[in-house]
Design a protein around this ligand. Structure first.
Ligand code: BGC
Length: 367
């Protein structure tokens, strides 16, 4: 079993326990829920977080359409921008009250849904964590996601490869690190995956984090908000790069990557070449930026495939069968959650056309 490696990066206790994959309490991979199946026409709840990234917006629409086409009553809700966590908790409770047979949850804060998923589970609903793991509860039955540790590894490697290509004569590189929102269980998974690749290069002097900010608490971007990343980048540039060249920035997703690039340009640090900035999500604006030679990379985590797989899990459960799982890597602090992982793909200008060939929205942007 591949274990999550906790590097020197300090991770909040809960997340560390949850994601280390080596909890002494782990081992229970039993999923329960609707063992006897359920009928077409049943309510299926889908509780999604805020709309800070395009993938969440797309997922909502695909769940509405896909579940309806499969013959279920879809109840798709988003956590609103204000009062987010309590609102998502209320939405899950309301889905339970409506008798939802499956509740699919993209958690706003994966550590704050314990009582709601417990009530859902007791009422006979199967709880599926979607994209983000739900922590510290035995009542999450399945987890379906792209391999998020791999996402981080691909981002770390892309940063190295991109800088090698953009600065062919350099032997060492100056970089800065960004991570996601600390209430998102995925944020440390991405960051630790990237640091698996980057830390040895920091240790041997190939990479220098000029600000010295390498701890996940220092690199975090509250709420995954672009403005927060832009402000932090402004501060980092003003304080550390007055007469120093910046070569690369680890950005955990596309929304933040574009904010970081905006900051770099405003600070006059985009010439003679723009530093290498990584990303994730294949957002249209970032694909355009990659094709224009600005943002270096993104990750293709095709939302269509993830939603399709989630709906397949609903269909399996409806028949009374256990959905297929392919990973025991995810311990949520209480149990190993039976998981189905899809493979993420790194995308740069070189392979964009090929990567998005079957995507009617993104493919035209690569021509
Ligand atoms: C998702 C990313 C997304 C981020 C911000 C993460 O949990 O896995 O794809 O960029 O949330 O919405």
């Amino acid at each position: 079993m591949r274990k999550f490696v906790i590097t020197t990066v300090a991770v909040a206790g809960v997340a560390l326990m949850a994601l280390s994959g080596c909890s002494s309490r782990g081992g229970d991979t039993t999923a329960s829920g609707s063992a006897s199946g359920f009928k077409k026409g049943s309510v299926i709840g889908v509780a999604l977080p805020d709309k800070t990234s395009e993938n969440w917006v797309l997922a909502g629409k695909l769940f509405e359409d896909g579940l309806a086409a499969a013959g279920y009553k879809a109840d798709v809700q988003y956590a609103p921008a204000t009062n987010t966590v309590p609102e998502q908790q209320n939405q899950i409770t309301s889905m339970t009250t409506k008798g939802a047979k499956v509740i699919i949850i993209g958690a706003k804060d994966g550590s704050q849904l314990g009582s709601q998923v417990s009530a859902a589970h007791s009422s006979g609903a199967t709880v599926i964590a979607y994209d983000r793991l739900i922590l510290n509860t035995k009542d999450v039955d399945y987890y379906v996601a792209y391999d998020n540790e791999k996402v981080g590894e691909l981002q770390g490697q892309a940063l190295l490869d991109g800088m090698k290509a953009r600065y062919p004569s350099a032997k060492t590189y100056n970089i800065e690190l960004f991570s996601g929102s600390s209430d998102d269980a995925n944020a440390p998974v991405f960051f630790n995956g990237a640091m698996k690749i980057l830390q040895p290069k920091i240790d041997d002097g190939t990479l220098k984090v000029v600000s010295g900010q390498t701890d996940i608490k220092q690199t975090a971007t509250a709420g995954w908000l672009a403005q927060n990343a832009q402000t932090r980048m402004d501060t980092l540039l003003a304080g550390n790069y007055a007469s120093t060249e910046l070569n690369g920035v680890l950005s955990p997703n596309d929304t933040l990557a574009r904010a970081i690039i905006t900051s770099i340009k405003a600070a006059g640090k985009a010439t003679p070449v723009l530093p290498v900035v990584t990303g994730q999500d294949s957002e249209a604006e970032s694909v355009k930026s990659i094709m224009a030679g600005e943002q270096y990379s993104t990750i293709n985590k095709d939302t269509r495939a993830l939603v399709k797989h989630s709906i397949q899990m609903v269909e399996d459960l409806a028949k009374g069968s256990k959905p297929a799982t392919n990973s025991t890597d995810y311990n949520n602090g209480v149990k190993v959650v039976p998981t189905y992982l899809l493979p993420p793909v790194l995308v740069t200008k070189q392979n964009a056309a090929e990567s998005y060939a079957n995507d009617p929205t993104l493919s035209p942007l690569t021509k």
